[in-house]
Design a binder for this molecule. Structure first.
Ligand SMILES: NC(=O)c1ccc[n+]([C@@H]2O[C@H](COP(=O)([O-])OP(=O)(O)OC[C@H]3O[C@@H](n4cnc5c(N)ncnc54)[C@H](OP(=O)(O)O)[C@@H]3O)[C@@H](O)[C@H]2O)c1
Length: 254
């Protein structure tokens, strides 16, 4: 069933914006959360033009009290939330020798703590209603560590594990939990990458597929299948074999 009330973090750009527009086409009320207000206002106009009802809620997900307030404000304004998508996050590759604590801290704060703060804020409301959907956008980079991605891969693996544990805890509550694991998608984040991104999807395709599959509330939505299959097989490989394969694909290791 299509949700009537949705909250999306990271709605000012990329995947979050595309998801907001997709839900707007179904006439949903869509709460838009991110830091850049002017971009959120522009997305709100697009949501309205497509038949949705936007609510702009500027918030930094790394400030837990701010994102908690945004979720509560959306619940009050919409009379409830059917779906919360913790999508806000930051990317970036770095060799571990060039990785500073500041880089790591801001990435973990946004990708792990920000997502957890968003979802935890919605749990009591959904559990009390006995319905709803909690969704996190992790990455296929969390399936097995990728080169030059120590912090990013760790952040996405942490989010995937949080979502899995949440799904288990809420299994009898009526609340569904889904982990979205995208491969490469064309967004301002990946526009910065200067390496090959195999099987990269346009953001509109990613949003259409996510919205369609979320209606069945599976535990995981992962795409594209060739990359997902390769990484799932890679999980079964012994470390020595995996290290050699990854090393051959990326010769920058020391
Ligand atoms: N694109 C890909 O290939 C890909 C693949 C796998 C996973 N993902 C994941 O998909 C999600 C969306 O990424 P994207 O590619 O769409 O990137 P993007 O275009 O850069 O969008 C990132 C969004 O996150 C928001 N955000 C970042 N830090 C925030 C914070 N502290 N508080 C609130 N909002 C914050 C940004 O908004 P403001 O700057 O306005 O706050 C922006 O709306 C991320 O979690 C990313 O890791 C992307």
């Amino acid at each position: 069933m299509m949700p009537k009330t949705v909250l999306i973090t990271g709605a000012s750009s990329g995947i979050g914006r595309a998801l907001a527009l997709e839900y707007a086409k179904g006439g949903a009320k869509v709460a838009l959360v991110a830091r850049r207000r002017e971009l959120l206002d522009a997305v709100a106009e697009e949501v309205r033009a497509l038949g949705g009802e936007p609510l702009v809620l500027p918030a930094d997900v790394t400030k837990s009290e701010t994102v908690h307030k945004a979720v509560c404000d959306a619940i009050v304004a919409f009379g409830g939330l059917d779906l919360v998508i913790a999508n806000a996050g930051v990317g970036g590759t770095k060799h571990v020798k060039d990785t500073s604590w500041a880089f790591s801290e801001q990435m973990i704060d946004a990708n792990v703590n920000g997502a957890i703060a968003t979802l935890l804020a919605a749990v009591p409301h959904m559990v009390a209603r006995g319905s709803g959907q909690l969704v996190g956008v992790s990455s296929i980079a969390g399936l097995r560590a990728l080169p030059n991605s120590a912090v990013y891969s760790a952040s996405k693996a942490a989010l995937s594990t949080f979502l899995e544990a949440t799904r288990i805890d809420l299994r009898s509550s009526g609340v569904k939990v889904t982990d979205i694991q995208p491969g490469f998608v064309t967004t301002p984040a990946t526009d910065k990458n200067n390496f090959k991104m195999p099987f990269k999807w346009p953001v509109e395709k990613a949003a259409t597929v996510i919205v369609k599959r979320l209606q069945r509330a599976p535990s995981v939505i992962a795409f594209p299948w060739p990359l997902v299959t390769a990484l799932r097989i890679a999980r079964l490989l012994p470390d020595a074999v995996y290290d050699r394969l990854v090393g051959a694909a990326d010769p920058r290791g020391l």
